[in-house]
Design a protein around this ligand. Structure first.
Ligand SMILES: [Zn+2]
Length: 210
């Protein structure tokens, strides 16, 4: 699915500053506040907008950041990658070609580096690894490149799987909802109606961003 100009502008503005209010976004993008609220909800449900984070500089807190390159036994590279990614010290991890995993970890204190590396070494399927302590962070910017033409695969709002073929598109509360099959449609509609009924009883429970 191609994202339209409104979606692209919302993503651009939020990636620059995720604290922007719906009112500010509406003003920037040139649409109404309810449109922003509906579009943001859809972008979240499509898994495109996956979070709103503060950027905290580990170096300013005296913490140690290191880059890891882990070489794995080829059939074990995926599980090794998942184990590395699950460590709380790891900021991001990626599987790359050649049965390798690359990751960045941040440790509160320099003395913890050896203990962390020992944990990596113990993972089953690790052949060897290199680590590089960061001496200066040169660039660390938001993740996606927001270009004028962006497209995405649709994921089912109920089961969260990629929709193969024609999606079932429902229009509720002035926005689009995508489902993969009739049974997901039924479950989702029931859940959604319950949610809406609850929101009407208790308007304070609705999003306080406006
Ligand atoms: Zn589904």
């Amino acid at each position: 699915m191609e994202l339209d100009r409104t979606d692209v502008e919302i993503l651009r503005a939020l990636q620059e500053d995720s604290r922007r209010s719906f009112r500010d976004l509406a003003h920037r993008v040139g649409v109404s506040v309810p449109t922003i609220s509906a579009r943001v909800a859809t972008l979240e449900q499509l898994g495109i907008l996956s979070g709103y984070h503060a950027s905290i500089e580990p170096e300013r807190l005296g913490q140690t950041s290191l880059l890891l390159v882990v070489r794995c036994e080829p059939p074990k590279a995926d599980p090794v990658g998942e184990t590395v990614a699950a460590f709380p010290e790891v900021r991001w991890a990626a599987r790359v070609r050649g049965a390798k995993v690359i990751a960045e970890a941040v440790l509160p204190r320099q003395e913890q580096v050896d203990g962390f590396l020992a944990k990596v070494e113990e993972i089953e399927g690790v052949l060897d690894y290199e680590h590089h302590i960061t001496t200066r962070r040169l660039k660390d910017v938001p993740r996606a490149m927001i270009t004028d033409r962006l497209s995405t695969t649709l994921i089912c709002f109920q089961c969260r799987r990629v929709i193969e073929g024609e999606p079932i598109k429902l229009k509720m509360d002035g926005r689009d909802h995508y489902l993969c099959c009739a049974s997901c449609e039924k479950l989702y509609t029931e859940k959604y109606q319950k949610l809406m009924a609850g929101a009407k009883r208790d308007p304070g429970a609705q999003s306080n961003r406006s």
